[in-house]
Design a protein around this ligand. Structure first.
Ligand code: FMN
Length: 298
């Protein structure tokens, strides 16, 4: 390589520097899904601009009568064209490469539009995680209850038109949060209240909701990409149902019976059950234990 071939013109250096600075900016300060898509186009466009500029510079004073002086200038222009397009392509490739690696490592799932296949894949994985946990659960019960347990339908992951995972980002509101200064778990309770509100609203609209909780919590993190510091609160299977049961299913299946309300309500002190004046109130509560049923039958 001759000494002169290493000398770069102002234009070549300017274009290469622009491309390098932009590549570093996109890679280290501004990398996200939009950048991954737009940056390669920007970088190759600058490279192509350099190519045309170089050719234009090379030809601008080309004089066929004076080839001796014209050829070096033409070559200089071609060098600008060549190096700027190489720099643009390398910058674009580095960003494309990173995007491909991210997808391979599963980091970009949330950044691209999910296809039906992606959704199906996620649901199948959740269903498999449920099935594994459900079998473990069955074995935790006494032998004589296991058959009954296995006959229960405890999820609607694949049939429900909507699967909704509700989470609680415990650090979202900063280190000190009004209402959470002393009982730190309030954010979790609050999120559960949101679930209950959704459930009530859905039922009022005739939409069935099932809370699917037989699964290892870690499965939510790994399958749905939920960060470790965010708590998966509820996984709900929602949709219009053929009918609502008149009685809770676990009661019908003889799994467990409803506890008398009068034994669950205490007065003044823990374990103080009905006494004197409160007896009437408790009797009233017990009488209306099926209160919501009236709406279903109406
Ligand atoms: C915290 C919680 C967790 C639940 N986990 C499950 C579960 O894993 N599987 C299941 O079939 N039902 C579960 N249920 C019960 C059902 O989601 C729900 O009560 C049932 O579908 C009846 O719905 P309905 O009360 O709207 O009629 C859970 C309920 C609650 C409150």
């Amino acid at each position: 390589m001759s000494e002169t071939s290493l000398q770069f013109s102002f234009w070549t250096l300017g274009l290469i520097a622009t491309i390098v600075v932009l590549t570093v900016y996109f890679q280290f300060f501004r990398y996200n899904a939009r950048t991954a898509e737009a940056a390669p186009t920007i970088l190759t466009s600058i490279g192509i601009f350099g190519t045309f500029l170089g050719v234009a510079i090379g030809l601008s004073h080309f004089d066929t009568q004076n080839l001796q002086e014209s050829v070096p200038q033409l070559l200089g222009g071609l060098k600008t064209a060549f190096w700027s397009s190489i720099a643009g392509l390398l910058g674009a490739l580095s960003i494309k490469f990173r995007a491909v690696m991210n997808v391979t490592h599963g980091e970009e799932h949330h950044q691209r539009t999910a296809s039906i296949d992606d959704l199906n894949n996620v649901l199948q994985k959740i269903h498999t995680a449920f099935s594994e946990a459900n079998e473990e659960a069955a074995q935790m019960f006494a032998q004589e209850k296991q058959e009954s347990y296995r006959s229960l339908k405890l999820e609607g992951i694949l049939e429900a038109p909507i699967n909704l995972c509700i989470t609680c980002d415990r650090s979202k509101a900063g280190p000190v949060v009004l209402g959470r200064t002393h009982i730190k778990t309030m954010d979790l309770y609050s999120s559960v209240c949101a679930v209950q509100n959704l459930w009530l609203a859905a039922r009022a609209e005739g939409v069935g909701v099932g809370w699917m909780s037989i699964i290892k919590e870690e499965a939510f993190h790994s399958i749905l990409g939920i960060p470790q510091e965010v708590v998966p609160i509820a996984y709900l299977c929602m949709g219009y149902v053929r009918h609502f049961n008149k009685k809770p299913e676990l009661e019908t299946a003889n799994w467990r019976q409803r506890l008398p309300l009068s034994e669950q309500v205490f007065f003044d002190q823990w374990q103080h059950t009905k006494s004197g004046a409160e007896e009437g109130l408790i009797a009233e509560l017990d009488l209306n234990a099926d209160f919501p049923q009236k709406f279903i039958n109406a």
